[in-house]
Each structure stands twice: as C-alpha cells, then as structure tokens.
Design a protein around this ligand. Structure first.
Ligand SMILES: Nc1ncnc2c1ncn2[C@@H]1O[C@H](COP(=O)(O)OP(=O)(O)OP(=O)(O)O)[C@@H](O)[C@H]1O
Length: 239
C-alpha cells in the first residue's frame, strides 16, 4: 500500500465496475478524505449505489484500483426499503446485527458487543425503542436504527445508501449531526444521497452522471446550478 494513503482515506483510480453485461462505472478517479463526510450525488441510475458496493468490497472492479490503508471491513448501511418489514426483529436485534458482521452470526455476542450496541442506540436516540419490532416503527425511526446498526460495526469506513431520504428536516439534521460527530472521531463517512441539503452539509462531494465523475470538491463548488443542470440534463432546484 502506498505510504501517502492515510488510514481510511480512499483513492479510486480509473475504476470501472458493474454487473454482468452491464458496465456502470467508467474510469472513475476520485478521492475520499479521511475522517470527513463525503456525499455521492447524481441522478437515478448514475451509479451511486454501485460505487458504494465497490467501496464496500462487495462488487469487484473490472479495471482500475481502489486504495485504502485502513484495515477491517467497511460498514455498509443499505436503504430502508431493503429491510423487510415482516422480519420479526426488534430494534436491539437489528442494531446487534452490526456486531455479527464482525463476530460471525454463530458466535455469542460479548458484554463489550452489547455495550457497543447500547451506545449506538443511544447516539441515534433509539434506545427507548430497543424492544419494539422494526416493522412497527416510522420511516424516520427505522432509518435511525439502521444508522445505529452501521455505527455498531465500528468500521473505519462507514458507507450509507440514502440515509436521509424521505425524512423531515429535523430527522435529517439529527442524522447529519451524528455523521459529523463520528467523522470527527476518525470515521470516514460516505453517503449516497438525492438530498441536496444533506449533500451541502457534507465536507466533500462527488457528482456522478452516467457512471462518470463530473465534479469533485466542496459541496458548494460541486453543487452549483450549472453542475446540477448538467448532471440532470435540466434545471434543478438547489434548495
Ligand atoms: N444488481 C444489478 N444488476 C444489474 N444491473 C444493476 C444492478 N444494480 C444496479 N444496476 C444498474 O446499474 C445502474 C446504476 O445503478 P445504481 O443503483 O448504482 O444507481 P444509483 O445512482 O444508486 O440510482 P438511484 O438513485 O436510483 O438509487 C442502473 O442502470 C441499474 O439499473
């Protein structure tokens, strides 16, 4: 690993990736800063979730390189729609699944694991919901539980797919505040989002279009009216 890559800083060079007979990312070169929040923005189908899968090391590259000095599996928090409402899981079980990712689901969780689960629920304000079924929560509560599950993984690189989509401003700000707190603690946070307000609140921003990087930098520099129009092919409100 090159010396200049810091722990959980990520450098993508000429990355191409996709699915069988469906190339999605094309020669993408980008930088994800360590201990900061990065928003990945772009229209539907531009490749945001595919990029998260590449960063999560669950989708192989067809060419290019991804360099990350950090060890341990990246943490991945998927969209809430991917979690079946019918599963008989409590909030505590759901957050504890973040520890199984580390221990293996056949191992008993230790007192330390349960303490991390409790802290993660506390941080997202869902500890009082610990015994409730996931399927009976509101959308905003469920999103917070899933972010708590990501936190419980104690990963140096935390990847979140649309963590604030569909949430009201207060819930969105609550999640944004936690993401900033954990990045200040040293976690590198990447979120794919359609939420321009959430993206503007990030430290760094990647704008994708048709699987290519069209802009990278501070959100204020990247999310200009001109870039948004270019990415979406038509005028887009930036508020
Ligand atoms: N498992 C898959 N198999 C085949 N093609 C896929 C798969 N997942 C996504 N795609 C395709 O890859 C392209 C990029 O999808 P991706 O989900 O990465 O985009 P996105 O920017 O996250 O979109 P959205 O904003 O709608 O969530 C799309 O054309 C999509 O149809």
């Amino acid at each position: 690993m090159p010396q200049h890559i810091r722990a959980d800083e990520v450098a993508l060079r000429d990355v191409s990736a996709g699915y069988p007979r469906r190339p999605v990312l094309h020669q993408l070169t980008a930088h994800i800063p360590q201990s900061a929040t990065t928003a990945v923005v772009g229209p539907n189908g531009s490749g945001k979730s595919t990029l998260l899968s590449v960063l999560a090391e669950v989708l192989p590259l067809t060419s290019g390189t991804v360099e990350r000095a950090g060890t341990g599996r990246p943490g991945l928090v998927v969209q809430r729609s991917a979690v079946a409402d019918t599963l008989p899981l409590t909030v505590r079980d759901t957050v504890a699944m973040g520890r199984w990712a580390l221990r293996g689901s056949w191992r008993r969780l230790t007192a330390h694991d349960w303490s991390v689960v409790g802290d993660s629920m506390e941080r997202l304000g869902v500890r009082s919901l610990a015994g409730r079924q996931l399927g009976e929560l509101s959308g905003g509560q469920r999103q917070r539980v899933l972010v708590a599950q990501g936190l419980a993984q104690e990963a140096g690189l935390l990847l979140l797919d649309e963590p604030t989509t569909g949430l009201d401003a207060a819930a969105r700000q609550g999640i944004a505040a936690v993401l900033h707190e954990i990045s200040a603690d040293g976690v590198t946070v990447v979120q794919a989002t359609h939420d321009v307000a959430a993206a503007l609140d990030s430290d760094h921003c990647l704008l994708l279009r048709d699987g290519r990087l069209v802009a990278e930098g501070t959100p204020a520099d990247v999310l200009t009216d001109e870039e948004l129009k270019r990415a979406w092919h038509f005028p887009q409100p930036a508020g």
